[in-house]
Design a protein around this ligand. Sequence first.
Ligand code: GAP
Length: 512
Amino acid sequence: MSQDKKKPKLSAEPEVMEKIVSLCKQRGFVFQSSEIYGGLKSCYDYGPLGAELKRNVKAEWWRTMVHGREDIVGIDASIIMHPNVWRASGHLAGFTDPMVDCKDCKERGRADKWPTAPEGTEVEYKVIVDHQTGKKETRKGAVGKLGIICPNCGSPNLSDIRRFNMMFRTSLGSVDNIESISKALEGKNLSGDDLKKAIADAINETAVYLRPETAQAMFTNFLNVQTSMRMKPPFGIAQQGKSFRNEITVEHFTFRSCEFEQMEMEYFVPPPQYAEEGKDDMYWYNYWCQQRINWYSSLGIRKEKLRLRPHEASELAHYAKACSDVEYDYPWGWGELEGIAHRSDYDLKQHEQHSGKKLTFFDSQKNAHYHPYVIEPAAGADRATLAFMLDAYTEEPPPPGTNEGRTVLKLHPRLSPIKVAVFPLVKKDGMPESARKIIAEFHKHQINAAYDEKDTVGRRYRRQDECGTPYCITVDGQTAQDGSVTIRDRDTMQQERIQIDGAVEAVRKRLA
Ligand code: GAP
């Protein structure tokens, strides 16, 4: 919900970000989408380890928010919803960003994120005058009434601001937009705004939108869920799933992209006059702020890298009673990880008004129908995954007497993509066979385990350290004699001997 004022490009980002992006590619966490075709800006593919990590993040969220409590149930709604949903929610009219173009270098971006300078300030900037040689010319100009300059070339020579709706529009049904547009325009000699309106009308007849947030399906299904599951406020509806926003500015790797996953929960509470003593709407708002920040630290994010930032009154939507962001101290500065909003009874009332269906709860004890208030913790699965990786990324200097440091992803073991790696010390004397048997045992118990016999055992440890694997088991010369193996802890690098028979249990216990 907060908007980051700074917008450095990836190449100018602090070194750690470059290292994370490189590790993500090398170790199979995240790849650029459609890389073999030159990549697609702002779209990313999770590789084998990234897919596991993100699944673990989502599973932890679901366990905490749904399985661990009786007052919250989950849904899995469709991405495409009735277009009136977006009329009621305000997204069709208001989900826009201010877009501006630089007339000199053609950079396009969000006006609210471009560098500011007082109107009339004289600035110097460089413009490419020969695209073949890249030759630049220095020019001077005065900052216009927008009070901003281009972040790329510094030019004050900018277009007017246009509002750009961030929802992706498509059409539903076997209708070809080109057909319907040409039909609507046939025989009409239109131009300018009339032409634009005729085209928009033709498109809008069948237009549907990819959801820009998962939240609305929890409001439209409020009655379905409340009645089918016999829920009574305070209760919550949770959902995880893809959302889509045609962001003008995509930035910081997966932090802000056009296709991302959200983990949202709408917690419906009685309005103040029907609330239980001491547990009014503000009690629940504060409760969720605390619960959500605790969730990140319980999964290993350092406390000093997390903070709760209450929004200023000027940042609040007109219907919101309060809002706070859980922020993380990213390499580029503090930024939003999750937003917790007190949305009052706005959403249910909006959908009631637009759908004509009553969206109230009947409290039989108080003999009253009311619109519950809503507290909404809204998190991003991709952003959380990135924060967990950034926080876990550690470069350790060489221990005394050695010259080899290491890079470790100190992920919480429950988030680690691979839980245990099993190595034969050497590729002979029956060690690979024993290691394979151990791996098979882990797989039988559905514990994600990896086998590795390539390179020295030291290099194998380093590889697993970079993948965040918390435990490595090594079959060595002693294994054949007494059935024992070593288990090495990623963070302490301490090794312990355990029996092969107890290997699964030993890892399970450590993961608990
Ligand atoms: N229903 C409220 C809502 O959608 P939001 O702050 O716009 O609120 C919630 O989004 C969370 O979704 C954010 O805190 C962030 O983690 C994630 N998110 C939003 N836009 C994103 C984007 N373009 N790329 C990646 N994650 C995004």
